[in-house]
Write a protein that binds this ligand. Sequence first.
Ligand code: MLT
Length: 262
Amino acid sequence: MPTLTTKTQSIHYIDHGERDTLLLLHAFPLSSAMWKPQIPALSAVSRVIAPDARGFGGSRPVADAVLTMDTIADDARTLIDALGISRVVIGGLSMGGYGALAFWRRHRAKVRAMILADTRATPDSDEGRTGRHTFATKTLELGAEWVVEQMASKLQRLSPIPEVDQMLRSMILATQPEGVAAAQRGMAVRPDSTAMLAEIDCPVLVIVGAEDSLVPPVRARKMADAIPNARVVEIAGAGHISNLEQPEAFNEAVVDFIRSLG
Ligand code: MLT
């Protein structure tokens, strides 16, 4: 996999296919490897680029103490600029969706369309923020195995599908605790993007797993209702990580969307 090295960092990324570019931002605490089941189908209709956020997968160094969603968005911008890409379809799942919303906030002239999967525009509650800080501290104390245990209870044993469970486990265990802690602190300070939804004037695809307990379909539909040109695809038999749990349905939704852009 290629790596872009700048003066301050190296960004590791997947790059497949040709034509217009789909830039995919991964969920927490995973890496671009989560998009592997998407690459063959999606690279048939688009170039697909999927970077690892700082401290995840192969990107280095870990962000300072806080990996903000703005940093994720700015790193994506650095990458597309370096590759000479003028506009992208920006997509993200969960934390990646927070990054995609930040990308719109900061670099909207670069956005052709958006895909927001299993994600939300609302910020954390005070309780949620406190929980993230505790999670960050414990991660630094107890390491990646502890993160797996925590996520297992949050995501129902990581996934009810054994192969997906295994994939998630390996991605989490490969992540540096400092990266996990920084991302938790960054998600805690992400702004409320709800008011901005009305300004998103490009085509948007909202995807949600029918059994997503973190972002239930009713919340995903409410977010889509606030975006002028959004469509929703609900994926049956999928939970929070819908792209891994039902890759064919997820790919079909994205391929249809990309084709509809003309
Ligand atoms: C994710 O899947 O990226 C996380 O659940 C996002 C979050 O913790 O809000």
